[in-house]
Design a protein around this ligand. Sequence first.
Ligand code: SF4
Ligand code: SF4
Length: 320
Amino acid sequence: MGKVLEKKRLDAFLRRVSRGADLIAPVKRDTLRFEVVRDYDDICLEGRPLFPIKKFFSPAKQDLFTLNLTKKKLFKEDEIKLKPRVIFGGRLCDFNGLLRLDKLFLSGEYQDDYYRLARENTLLLGINCDPPPSEYCFCESMDLERYYDLFFHDLGDKYYVEAGSAKGEALIMELEDYDFLIPPIRCEKKLDRKDLAKYYDDPAWEKENEKCLSCGKCTAHCTTCLCFDMIDELEPDMKRGKRYKEWDSCQFLNFTLVAGGFVFRKDRLTRFKHRIYHKLQYFRENFGVDMCTGCGRCIEACPRLIDFTEVINKFDQSRV
Ligand code: SF4
Ligand code: SF4
């Protein structure tokens, strides 16, 4: 059983749970975006930001360490510090996106301490999608987990609030108990799941790819795309410098450029297919789950409205 919170008490509740932390929520500016909240009146839960929350876990550009040879210390790692954060207004696709990124950054031999710190210092307060906030959502097809610290269901003048973790439970202990049957998310858009390995050479990919500009908007807006490049930058005195990480995109020609000038995915079609196969095939082979969370952002953000779900849905199972 969950709890109930009157809407008029939401601000006070958020102030309490985010004391000493940054509150991040969808805020209406030129467009709706997740931002650190300065004024509670700016919080807007109508629709969902096109840009996901990943920038709060692995920013578009992030310094990793500095180099200072003048101080006889070869490398000095900057002390990693982070103010705690509370994200309010994320959706299930957003938070499931973090579970996918955990597999990349927090498993295996090489783990990302910056990402770990961000994950450990962030409370996740979600909001239900009833109805889904965008016509491009297809999360219902993607077997998402109910993953959050707290989850809010809009019931008109009040919220039904459920806890998904011990931390979340502690936050709502004082609220009144409330009984509510959680409705399933119903998306109009669907992805017909198939074994994509059988369709790699299907001409339908080529047809859709003809529209692609290789602009990388799809990967920039994707909830789970976080490929990056590592760059070393030296001052002209060759004694000081830094190493930083910067987002990259598999849709760019030089993404697979290696020493000697060889590019592994020279043509746009292989890059286009790589994006979809990574989301729905390769990641599953490695981690047992799809990388895509069905948020639909890559379709909504694409200047050519390229929609990989339509390509996949049209593949004829009986043909292979
Ligand atoms: S956003 Fe659209 S046009 Fe741009 S690279 Fe992605 S699929 Fe191609
Ligand atoms: S591939 Fe598209 S639908 Fe899937 S998580 Fe990324 S942006 Fe969302």
